[in-house]
Design a binder for this molecule. Sequence first.
Ligand code: ZN
Length: 263
Amino acid sequence: MIIDFHTHCFPDRIAERAIEKLSFLSGGLEHSTNGTLQGLKDSMQKYGVDISVVLSIATNEQQQQNVNEFAKTIDNKKDIFSFGSVFPFAKDFEEQLEKIKEMGLKGVKLHPDYQGFFVDDEKMKPLYKKISDLGLITVFHAGMDYGFAPPYCATPERIARALNWFESPVVAAHWGGINCNEGVLEHLCGKNIYFDTSFGYSMMPRYYALKILEKHTPDKMLFGTDTPWHTPQMELRLLNNLGLSDTDMEKITSRNAKKLLGI
Ligand SMILES: [Zn+2]
């Protein structure tokens, strides 16, 4: 079984526009789906993925409702688990998080660069406290982002600091942080945090992938792709070239995610 812990799709009516805009902002990144749920499902079938976790973010207060309604609509607890989104500066952030919990969604994605905050800003403490109280999983975008200029808002040092304010599971995407391998080794490996493997192919030097796996252990790694930006085939190529045992591979591609999602 393969669980992909990091995918994206959008409501049909805005999918094409959303994908084109994100691709443009990221320097013309190619996309392997048309951005719709059906596109994601076709990709899952093509590459043998059984379950996808869909991550979306609200980039302002007004978007929260629509993003979470969409998440609720597509989340079927079978092949799609969709996370909700909260805008950190929204007046009603606590209410939104409660709704997400009531909808039965398992977690939220936070993207500090798109949402305009540093992960370790003390102002975020009440947000993290509420997430923790509800027992939701938090996936952070981590490291550099193709669409933004530095300084990056979720570096390993900053995530390590923020981690102290959480009591529910935290996932740092992209092997703990795109282009932050030394920082990941120094500040995050060995801590109580998961890394997803998304967007690693061709970005992640084999040397660092092995180092991170050794220090962080396969017990805290989650297979992820960042579909439509990378494909399952790409990310599996990277993992298949690291000499992992069958057991470790199984932990990364499904067992850890099952445990985290409670399935
Ligand atoms: Zn992503």
